[in-house]
Ligand binder design. Structure first.
Ligand code: MG
Length: 407
């Protein structure tokens, strides 16, 4: 089996409503690049990465001269061909590698009649639980959805999502409003869901001292962990000295060098593993086994996936021995998907690991064409801007929260 072609298609997928976060917003759609690796025996492996447009597509297709004739099963060779760390100083291909590796795992699995997780050692579970992933949303006038800001509105949103999907953990994307507002929302969620796990993630918007104050205010709740309350490994170390909640990150432990530092100096309790940020499904799984060795927590991070990357997250979650938290997914905020059969379903807050070979999902070519056309119509958006406050830009820590008059 040899690679003969690589295809890349940018799509835009509408969200139910725009999602706000501490550094900006998702404006009402996700932009993704769908990658197809075609082999000489006609197998098409699927991959996905965040962002898109002509330059993203060119960076994927531009690797064809490296990979023409490459055997998709030779995954370690693939990593060195694309992601040599010294060359990466000049050509950061981490996420492109992740998407191509995803597609190679898919193609290899399809060729061998085994699942992607079998190439990681096999599945320990057939379903992966997910958290509700709650955002302060801007209103979507077309759908009538969104507009949640107050504690009551967020609780109502969480109850509506839980009634449909059965979530048993709830994660608030905080840091948009004053930290005290997030504390109020967390207490309201705890009251509404007394048995469920909670997590608060302000995308590192707070100073160390603000993070400590918030952490102490939510310490009595049933917290899974306190995610990226402040920026940097040193900031996380300081918060951890004061707050009796396990800390978590998906921002400052995203490679093996940082992982080594975090473990050596005992800086963060739980690492959220991302199948693209870490450079691929295999790298994320490898990091999970390092965390297992040192008895730190592992969870699965979401970077705004469609069904192809979601499948990679399910294979990671199924293969990780030490997955003791519900995974994250933005998936339930999407209005559709580009895989055959439509969006995967949550049952009791969990999604089943696909049973087919490779990643176990197939591309719906009509949907791909539909949402590629939609991208051409609406284009991208700037993740680090919020359309509801066009003059604002984020600082870390957020400077507004240092002003006692701002609430
Ligand atoms: Mg996070």
């Amino acid at each position: 089996m040899k690679i003969v072609d690589i295809r890349a298609t940018t799509i835009a997928m509408p969200l139910e409503a725009p999602l706000r976060h501490a550094g900006g917003a998702h404006w009402g759609r996700f932009i993704r690049t769908i990658v197809e690796v075609v082999t000489d025996d006609g197998i098409v492996g699927l991959g996905e990465l965040g962002g898109g447009g002509e330059s993203a597509e060119a960076s994927v297709r531009g690797l064809l001269p490296y990979l023409k004739g490459h055997d998709p099963l030779q995954l370690e060779q693939l990593r060195w061909k694309i992601m040599n760390p010294t060359a990466s100083l000049y050509n950061n291909r981490l996420q492109v590698h992740a998407a191509i590796e995803m597609a190679c795992l898919d193609a290899a699995g399809k060729s061998l009649g085994i699942r992607a997780c079998d190439l990681l050692g096999g599945a320990l579970r057939e379903t992966v639980p997910f958290a509700s992933y709650l955002f302060y949303r801007l209103p979507n006038e077309k759908t009538g959805k969104g507009g949640e800001t107050t504690p009551d509105e967020i609780v109502a949103h969480a109850k509506a999502l839980t009634a449909v999907h059965g979530f048993k953990s709830h994660k608030l994307k905080g840091g948009v409003f004053h930290p005290d507002h997030d504390v109020e929302v967390m207490h309201a969620l705890a009251e509404a869901f007394p048995k469920d796990g909670l997590r608060l993630d302000p995308n590192a918007a707070w100073s160390v001292e603000q993070a400590i104050r918030v952490g102490k205010a939510i310490e009595p709740l049933n917290n899974d962990y306190f995610e990226d309350p402040t920026w940097g490994l040193e900031g996380m170390r300081r918060v951890r000295q004061f707050v009796r909640i396990p800390t978590a990150t998906n921002t400052v432990v995203v490679n093996f060098e940082q992982l080594a530092q975090s473990i050596r100096h005992d800086l963060v309790d739980v690492v959220l593993l991302d199948t693209t940020f870490w450079g691929g499904l295999r790298q994320a799984h490898k990091a999970g086994t390092v965390l297992e060795t040192f008895q730190y927590g592992a969870s699965v991070h979401s970077s705004g996936e469609l069904g192809i990357q979601l499948a990679s997250m399910l294979h990671l979650g199924a293969a990780l021995p030490n997955l003791s938290f519900a995974a994250d997914a933005h998936y339930h905020h999407l209005t559709d998907d580009i895989i055959v059969g439509g969006p995967m379903k949550y049952v009791d807050g969990a999604i089943a690991l696909p049973t087919g070979p490779g990643l176990g999902v197939e591309l719906d070519r009509d949907k791909l064409a539909q949402y590629a056309a939609y991208f051409k119509e609406v284009g991208g958006y700037t993740y680090d801007r919020d359309p509801s406050r066009p003059e604002w830009y984020a600082t870390v820590p957020e400077y507004r929260w240092a002003d006692p008059s701002v609430r």
